[in-house]
Design a protein around this ligand. Structure first.
Ligand SMILES: [Zn+2]
Length: 156
């Protein structure tokens, strides 16, 4: 195997972490926003970071930085676009194509922190597959955070 590719890293050392972060980026942004700022109407947990406008903006920045010798942001942007596909965002065109359907995001159920937590609990019970994918993504982030901790995650 070529030098630099052992252990799951790319020659620039950022490919895999950038993909992991990018693949989860829309949820890393929109889920906390939905919980802590329920008046923004992100009851679906999918808001600005799940829009085509946001992700095409990321892609434009990624292409620009790629041209300046910094490819990692392009990896983040492409993985974030992949997140939209796996989320099947075409089923939520008001979010995906924001702001063409108006500036507000779809509101779901009651508003407020506990209402949001209860809504997600309900979704967990009715659509466990969605959270399985989310949990897998969170585990990957934890693995890579652990790996890039000092000492390579090896204690003792
Ligand atoms: Zn998502």
């Amino acid at each position: 195997m070529a030098a630099g590719l052992e252990g799951g890293t790319s020659p620039d050392g950022l490919f895999t972490p950038a993909l992991v972060i990018g693949a989860n980026l829309p949820d890393l942004i929109d889920k906390p926003v939905g919980v802590f700022f329920p008046d923004l109407g992100l009851g679906t947990g999918r808001g600005l970071a799940h829009t085509l406008v946001f992700n095409l903006g990321l892609l434009a920045i990624g292409v620009y930085l790629y041209g300046h010798g910094r490819p990692w942001f392009l990896y983040v942007a492409l993985a974030s676009l992949g997140h939209l596909v796996l989320d099947e965002m075409w089923r939520l065109p008001r979010v995906l194509l924001w702001p063409f359907y108006g500036f507000s995001f779809p509101r779901v159920g009651r508003r407020g922190f506990m209402a949001q937590i209860l809504a997600w609990w309900q979704a967990l019970r009715t659509q466990p597959g969605v959270y399985g994918v989310e949990a897998a993504g969170a585990m990957l982030i934890l693995v890579y955070l652990w790996r890039y901790l000092p000492y390579g995650g090896k204690l003792g």
